[in-house]
Design a binder for this molecule. Structure first.
Ligand code: MN
Length: 232
């Protein structure tokens, strides 16, 4: 692990201090201890993590999640886990939109292939659709990607470029003043570039899975708790 700046160390503290389960039950990846604490893996088919190799290129996914409230989970790979934000209105390709994005616990890389249903009563219970996926990189060129991303996360100003099936181009996540006070609140904003689509509504435009082509209703009806670990 590289040395962390003060803000970065503060940001990861809850996760690294949270493990209270015996070593045999605790997370194989230290950053995933909060993820583990929230879930009962005898009841949910979500992955435990720790088994996937770190990707050659950084990957991202967006999962549409019909939990208590519908939201879209944006996950960006960094340092062996998926940094995660829940975006209630979903991402937008319109630079005029500022989408609230609540930072949530790090997720395992294996989560990137999860599509199905989390059982009722379990944490995040509801239907999960793979809404977008692809590779991404740091949005500036002054540092190597991982270093730039770590710095951006710590600063609360994270610029990145997505190359997904539906989301493309330059974005920024900016931590708000409320976010600075431990509320984990960020804004997701599309930069003006060749991929920007003023006036568009990408979340409304694409209503099916990038993986299976299914709608949320079909995924829920199929009742599968399958997550396809064999897909690239
Ligand atoms: Mn979610």
């Amino acid at each position: 692990m590289p040395p962390k700046k003060k803000a970065a160390a503060k940001a990861v503290k809850p996760a690294t201090r949270a493990a209270k389960k015996p070593a045999s039950e605790s997370s194989p990846v230290p950053q995933l201890s909060e993820y583990h604490r929230k879930r009962d893996f005898s009841k949910t088919a979500e992955p435990k993590g720790g088994a996937a190799p770190v990707n050659q290129q950084l990957v991202f996914v967006v999962q549409k999640h019909a939990a208590t409230r519908l939201h879209y989970d944006l996950r960006l790979e960094l340092d062996g886990v998926m940094k995660s934000w829940a975006v209630p209105k979903g991402p937008s390709m319109n630079p005029a939109d500022k989408r609230l994005a609540m930072e949530v616990e790090d997720h395992p890389i294996e989560y990137n292939t999860f599509e199905g249903t989390i059982p009722k009563g379990q944490y995040g219970g509801g239907t999960v659709m793979l809404w977008d996926r692809g590779i991404y990189t740091y949005g500036n060129t002054d540092l190597e990607p991982a270093a730039g991303l770590r710095k951006g996360l710590a600063k609360g100003d994270l610029k990145f470029v997505l190359l997904g099936e539906r989301l493309k181009g330059s974005f920024v996540l900016v931590r708000t003043k409320r976010g600075d006070r431990g509320k984990n609140e960020w804004l997701l904003i599309k930069h003006k570039d060749d991929y920007a689509e003023p006036g568009s509504d990408v979340a409304a435009k694409f209503l099916t899975s990038v993986d299976s082509g299914r709608t949320m209703e079909q995924i829920a009806k199929d009742g599968d708790r399958v997550w396809n670990s064999n897909r690239a």
